[in-house]
Design a protein around this ligand. Structure first.
Ligand SMILES: [Zn+2]
Length: 464
């Protein structure tokens, strides 16, 4: 299983990245400096770590650069630790499939598929090494469905591809730990450096990206949000929403510490490949807005021809981007979506085509939930005693109900791209045979017929 992932899946994705991105600063063979644990006053290294690691991975010495260590004084007891040949390339991704302890991302009971982080930066702060760890329990489940006979199999494969592309994006550029290291188009730091050459840090040691160039903190809809104000990210988001006054591109505020801060907010980008949760059965978008992070990092050029932009919220205006997803005008009891093609208020369970045009679906309104008061959009008119427990099911989406995929049986999804999800295979609504190459290129068509909706939550596993 793991070898298939490394030998088959990762090379496909490597080829994909080479089409999508060009690295601005080419470098020769990659080698990584050893970490000096103490330094003499003249900057000479006095001691190094016995082994270098990237996460839980021990880095093979062949990747390490030669390093002079002077143990006795800044000029005596000197010894040069041999370096390895390094590797030709722009980045090294160390992969593993390690479970974690209880409470850890891959720990028992966790639904996390994988996690990733950059671990070594180049001299211009571009990540040149990173860790990608798959959670073995969830991976086994996904892989079983890949090889199994269940109808979701092809889509599971797409999901697995998406997971890897998603996680690698965290390593390459899109991570809260990297925002403060972004460079402008001239190669200068967007966040001014402290005297130690690093960006400023908060009390927890986290690097703080500049509010003048990169990330602002503001209050909207009654809670604190962070917004990206990078030039290309913001320009493309304004175009996407048709909101020329948009003041920033919102980052996920909900979820665990691994989810909040390092993803586009699911409320506006539920189908983006960098959303913090996978909405199964839906198309997965490679939005130009998200890809613009690579450009605005200063480290890459982006081939925007490969972007697949979201229909969710397209041209829906500033209210969609900044106001609550449903609003109830004074004197009425009707919760009205800011964009009826994306958010919804219907409780009838009628089958519709989801906004992505790739799946049958319903308006995902559920009852009996525990919803924070901030996210209660419904009133008693909708049949709930108070309306308090009625709404969408995803906390990452502020409990906003949206047109989400629905199946006609428990063993299928509503995904139109796969014939096995058709009510009648002889009258297939699928447009083409499945392809496991991501990004997804097929677009389904509107389903007709009489499907009994199964209004189950459509959230898939979460990743971080
Ligand atoms: Zn993530």
């Amino acid at each position: 299983m793991y070898s298939d992932l490394v030998n088959i899946v990762l090379p496909k994705i490597q080829a994909y990245w080479s089409q999508l991105l060009q690295v601005n600063q080419a470098i020769g063979n990659l080698t990584f400096a050893r970490t000096c644990t103490s330094i003499w006053g003249n900057g000479v290294c006095a001691a190094v770590l016995p082994t270098e690691t990237c996460g839980a991975i021990t880095i093979n010495p062949k990747y390490l650069a030669a390093t002079q260590v002077c143990a006795s004084s800044s000029t005596s007891g000197c010894n040069t630790l041999a370096g390895g040949p390094g590797v030709s390339g722009d980045i090294v991704i160390f992969t593993s499939a390690q479970a974690g302890a209880s409470g850890a991302p891959c720990g028992p009971g966790s639904s996390t598929i994988a996690y990733a982080s950059p671990c070594i930066l180049s001299s211009n702060d571009r990540p040149v090494a990173g860790l990608l760890n798959f959670c073995p329990g969830v991976l086994t489940n996904l892989y079983g469905r890949l090889n199994g006979t269940t109808p979701q199999a092809p889509n599971s494969y797409n999901n697995l591809i998406s997971v890897v592309v998603h996680e690698m994006t965290h390593i390459l550029a899109y991570s809260s730990s990297l925002f403060a290291f972004y460079r402008d188009e001239n190669g200068n730091p967007r966040t001014p450096r402290s005297s130690n050459g690093q960006p400023p840090q908060d009390s927890t040691g986290a690097y703080i990206a500049s509010p003048n160039t990169t990330l602002i903190t503001t209050t909207e809809r009654g809670y604190t949000v962070q917004k990206i104000i990078l030039p290309n990210v913001l320009a493309r988001a304004r175009a996407q929403f048709g909101c020329p006054t948009l003041n920033g591109v919102e980052i996920e505020h909900a979820g665990s510490s691994g989810t909040a801060g390092s993803h586009p907010t699911s409320r506006l980008w539920p189908f983006d490949y960098m959303a913090g949760a996978l909405h199964t059965g839906a198309s997965i978008d490679m939005n130009a807005v998200t890809l613009a992070h690579f450009q605005d990092s200063g480290w890459y050029q982006v081939n925007y021809d490969l972007a697949i932009n979201s229909r969710f919220g397209y041209s829906a205006g500033c209210d969609f981007a900044m106001k609550p997803c449903l609003n109830t005008p004074a004197g009425t009891a009707l919760a009205i979506p800011t964009d009826p093609n994306s958010f919804c208020n219907s409780t009838t369970g009628s089958i519709v085509c989801v906004n992505q045009r790739t799946a049958s679906g319903v308006c995902g309104v559920f009852t009996g939930q525990t919803i924070p008061s901030l996210y209660r959009y419904f009133t008693p008119v909708y049949g709930s005693p108070t309306g308090d427990g009625m709404g969408g099911s995803d906390p990452l989406m502020d409990y906003c109900p949206f047109l989400s995929t629905a199946a006609y049986s428990s063993s299928t999804t509503g995904d139109c791209r796969f014939t096995m999800n058709s009510l009648n295979a002889q009258q297939s609504q699928a447009l083409e045979t499945p392809t496991w190459i991501h990004p997804l290129t097929s677009r389904g068509l509107l389903l007709s017929g009489h499907l009994s909706s199964q209004r189950n939550p459509v959230l898939g596993p979460r990743w971080i």
